[in-house]
Design a protein around this ligand. Structure first.
Ligand SMILES: Cc1cc2nc3c(=O)[nH]c(=O)nc-3n(C[C@H](O)[C@H](O)[C@H](O)COP(=O)(O)O)c2cc1C
Length: 328
């Protein structure tokens, strides 16, 4: 059971925090399609305490996406405490601490998965954040820094002791980045060691993976990252597999294209037309994947900076697809 504060969900499906991906618009789409809990992208604690406007904008949440967690990252305890308080003022359902990011410019500052190199310091930092806010605090981390230092069971126990309310484990080491198989076998070991909810993350790319993940590990939740990009139906399909044993809803091309436009529509409301349209370009390949003439349409979509021509092109594309009766 994923029980964190007022949120209580059996076999929870979570949308992972993803930089430049999990903004309000994508979180809303995933919630509509069955994600139970969503997270903001990671937000830099230093930017927050220095009142950087761009950083602060990343905290924006809206009621219809709840339950939602704000993820913060950093290395400095004072800044992380300050950032947690600033994030709390936005009233999310939980605050998540990033102890798993592998990228050089984060790790180079001692943040993200670099925190795994000094477990007493990680514990101290997490305790300081837990003690400074009323909201439940969760942590997302990796199984270890590298193959020679997999200490996730110890980390889980220490962090439970200082009061975190759930732990997400990306079942790779920092040195693996996003490559190689995630080793889910750590999840039962962690679950045996602690009584807080444990969420599995890593390599959950298809709806069937969700069922396998719950069956093999007894995780309290499964968190999906790349598998949801351009494919937010993964939540709906996974839930159908979990409840019925098969996928009942056929997601056709028209539905995919309309979801892509709806996603863009939400983004425009939040960020304004030009910025939203430009930032949405990265999603077309996912949404149009496998469709007839997709690359030609994608190239055309890249040229626009306004919604209307995109919407017109998509409408005529839907008609073209119907004529070719192309399905997959
Ligand atoms: C584009 C992208 C951005 C990411 N940004 C974050 C982030 O802000 N915070 C975080 O904890 N993890 C971040 N991650 C890692 C994912 O949350 C997740 O742990 C990782 O992709 C493994 O899950 P997957 O195999 O389902 O993709 C990011 C991953 C991707 C692909």
């Amino acid at each position: 059971m994923f029980k964190v504060g007022k949120v209580e969900i059996d076999k929870a499906l979570l949308l992972a925090p993803m930089e430049d991906v999990t903004d309000v618009s994508f979180r809303l789409i995933c919630r509509e399609l069955g994600a139970d809990v969503v997270y903001t992208e990671f937000v830099n604690s230093e930017g927050l305490v220095r009142s950087n406007e761009r950083t602060h904008n990343k905290l924006k949440i809206i009621d219809s996406e709840r339950p939602v967690g704000i993820q913060i990252y950093g290395n400095n305890i004072e800044s992380m405490v300050g950032a947690a308080k600033i994030a709390e003022a936005e009233n999310p359902d939980m605050i998540d601490i990033n102890a798993g990011c592998w990228v050089k410019n984060v790790v180079g500052h001692g943040a993200g998965s670099a925190l795994l190199k000094d477990i007493p310091y990680l514990t101290k930092l997490v305790k300081a954040v837990v003690d400074s806010v009323e909201l439940p605090v969760t942590v997302k981390t990796r199984i270890g820094w590298d193959n020679n230092s997999i200490q996730i069971v110890e980390v889980a126990k220490r962090l439970e002791d200082v009061g975190i309310r759930a732990l997400t484990v990306h079942c790779r080491t920092r040195s693996m980045g996003h490559k190689g198989d995630a080793d889910w076998s750590w999840i039962p070991k962690v679950k045996e060691a602690v009584s807080i909810p444990v969420v599995l993350n890593g390599n959950v790319l298809y709806p069937g993976d969700v069922k396998r993940a719950f069956r093999e590990t007894n995780a309290d939740g499964v968190m999906i990252a790349r598998g949801a990009i351009g494919n937010p139906w993964i939540y709906l399909e996974a839930k159908e597999i979990l409840s019925k044993g098969y996928i009942q809803t056929k997601i056709d091309d028209e539905m995919k294209i309309k979801t892509c436009l709806r996603h863009l529509g939400f983004a425009i409301e939040v960020k304004g037309e030009r910025r939203a349209v430009i930032e949405h370009r990265k999603f077309y390949s996912g949404y149009l994947k496998g469709m007839h003439h997709a690359s030609k349409i994608r190239n055309e979509l890249m040229q626009y900076v306004e919604f209307n021509p995109i919407s017109d092109l998509m409408s005529s594309y839907i008609e073209e697809l119907k004529k070719t009766q192309y399905t997959y």
